[in-house]
Every structure is written in structure tokens, then in C-alpha cells.
Design a protein around this ligand. Structure first.
Ligand code: BEZ
Ligand code: FE
Length: 297
């Protein structure tokens, strides 16, 4: 077809994809063209605005590296990451809600024994965590692999600090027979997402702030269960209602109750104020593996 105009071009472009063999890919490209064209019709961009958008996406790609993923940050700040998460994690009763992974997870973190201190000497308010991991019905998941990571008292992750040699405030623990892990750390603090790139420019231009409320990250894996990626947020944080990446869910907020000096649950003598987190996490069962096809004769 020739002579397409603003009314006929969408159908013409969609028709050009009609021979796509993969039906899912066909569905996706058709929907993409449909929504993209509707967006352009709605906004009616000038050429300068269209070029501005191209340059914004170009800068977003150019700032990406092995340690920085600006497109995920863009997805996070537009609420797309949490929408994808919500669609893929419709949780049953008894299972803990999920939230974004974020850019600061590091694979194969240092392994700690139950009861250890993961703070690597970082200063801050001591925090004692006693977490239990169970099925949705409450059966303990002995042996579950529990990765934790968090910001320091100045709002940085270890991977953001050039003054640190190794890992700090992150680690892997294994759940005991009761499905529990216990560890010492420090209270996490609020921090801004990286805002020195195009995503930061977008936040500034729209008068949005880059802050995330204080939280502790958990990634929990157990055979037969879906890996749980979530955070526990500190109640009272000023950014709970305006998280830059829309990751807060009410069920994931905990008071991290402050404790007076005295004896901690593991017998440690505390001569200053400290906090504790006691939390039960429910993991969702993984879908049963597809039944093996009947033997062929
Ligand atoms: C985080 O919680 O570590 C995080 C999540 C999304 C974007 C930036 C940071
Ligand atoms: Fe975080």
C-alpha cells in the first residue's frame, strides 16, 4: 500500500508483520505498534520533541555499562518494573509480596553462619534480624538460601563505595531446621537512586525526587518454591509514600522496634540502643513440572 496517512498508517504497519511465525512475537509487535501510534497521535510531538526523545533514549543506552543499567532504572521510575512484577507475582494467601530487585544485588555474596554479623564493621545503629521462611501454610523451609543486602548509614551500598575493599552489609545465610536465619547488621537508611544520568534529568524536569525509603533486601530460594525477591521497609520513613520506584507495599513495612540497652536474644550485651526485625516470609510453591509425555510405542 502507498499513500499512507495518519489514519491508515497503523493498520498498514501492523499488516506488514502478518507473517511473523511466532504468535507471541506477533501479538507483541502488533500491540506495540498500536499503542506507540496512539501515543504519538495523543501527544502530536513536534520534530524537536521527537528528536529530544531519541536523544534521551540514546543517552540512556550510552550510560549503561556492566555496573549500570539505566534502562532498568527508567523502567523502575516509570512504574513499569513494579507492573511487570505485579503481573508475574499474583501471590496466594500466606505468601510474602514481592518488589523490585534493584541494581545493587551481587551474585554469590559472602556466606555467613547463622548468628553472624554481616556489617563488616560499618558504623550504624545495631540491628538484630530473626527471620523465618515457610511455605504459605507455615511449614519451615529448612536449608533455604537467603541473600540479604542493604544500604549503609550514609545511604550507600558497598558496590558504590570506592573506599571499600570487599563486601559489606550483604551476605548469604542458610535457614536452620526451623527455617530461620538470624544475623546482626545495622539499620538501613533511605538513599537516592543514581540520578546523575538521563533518568535523574527526567526526575528533575518533572519535579520528582530520587529517594527510596530505608529497606533491607531479601532474595530467598528453596527447592519447589518460586524465588522470593522482596524488601522489608522501615516504618516511619519519610519516603514510604513517594518511593522513586513505587516498590512499597504495606505488608512489607515493619517497625524495626527500637530496643533499650540490655541483653540481645543471642546473649550479646548491648550498651546502646539497638533495633530488631522479626519477620516471617512465606514462599509461593513453584508450578508443578509439566507431566512427562506418555511413552511412545
Ligand atoms: C534498590 O532498592 O536497591 C533499588 C531499586 C530500584 C532502583 C534503584 C535502587
Ligand atoms: Fe535498595
Amino acid at each position: 500500500m502507498r499513500d499512507v496517512d495518519e489514519h491508515t498508517i497503523t493498520d498498514e504497519v501492523i499488516d506488514r508483520f502478518k507473517d511473523t511465525p511466532d504468535p507471541r512475537l506477533k501479538q507483541i509487535v502488533e500491540s506495540l505498534v498500536h499503542h506507540l501510534h496512539d501515543f504519538v497521535r495523543d501527544v502530536e510531538p513536534s520534530f524537536d520533541e521527537w528528536m529530544g526523545a531519541i536523544q534521551f533514549l540514546t543517552r540512556t543506552g550510552q550510560i549503561c555499562s556492566d555496573s549500570r543499567q539505566e534502562f532498568i532504572l527508567l523502567s523502575d521510575t516509570l512504574g513499569v518494573s513494579m507492573l511487570v512484577d505485579a503481573i508475574n507475582h499474583r501471590m496466594p494467601e500466606g505468601a510474602t509480596e514481592t518488589t523490585v530487585l534493584g541494581p545493587f544485588y551481587v551474585e554469590d555474596p559472602p556466606v555467613f553462619a547463622n548468628g553472624a554479623d554481616i556489617s563488616a564493621g560499618q558504623p550504624g545503629e545495631p540491628l538484630y534480624v530473626d527471620a523465618q521462611f515457610t511455605s504459605p501454610e507455615g511449614a519451615p523451609l529448612a536449608g533455604a538460601t537467603v541473600d540479604v543486602w542493604q544500604s549503609d548509614s550514609e545511604g550507600y551500598y558497598d558496590v558504590q563505595r570506592s573506599d571499600l575493599e570487599g563486601a559489606a552489609l550483604r551476605g548469604r545465610l542458610f535457614a536452620d531446621e526451623e527455617g530461620r536465619v538470624r544475623f546482626w547488621s545495622i539499620a538501613p537508611t533511605a538513599y537516592p537512586i543514581p540520578y546523575d544520568g538521563p533518568v535523574g534529568d527526567m526526575l528533575t524536569a518533572t519535579k520528582r525526587h530520587p529517594w527510596r525509603p530505608a529497606h533491607l533486601h531479601f532474595m530467598v530460594a528453596a527447592p519447589g518454591y518460586e524465588t522470593l525477591v522482596t524488601h522489608i521497609f522501615v516504618a516511619g520513613d519519610r519516603y514510604l509514600e513517594s518511593d522513586a520506584v513505587f516498590g512499597v507495599k504495606s505488608g512489607l513495612i515493619d517497625p524495626f522496634p527500637p530496643q533499650a540497652p540490655g541483653v540481645a536474644p543471642d546473649g550479646r550485651r548491648m550498651d546502646r540502643r539497638w533495633r530488631r526485625l522479626d519477620y516471617r516470609f512465606g514462599l509461593k510453591r513453584a508450578p508443578a513440572a509439566a507431566a512427562a509425555p506418555a511413552a511412545q510405542r
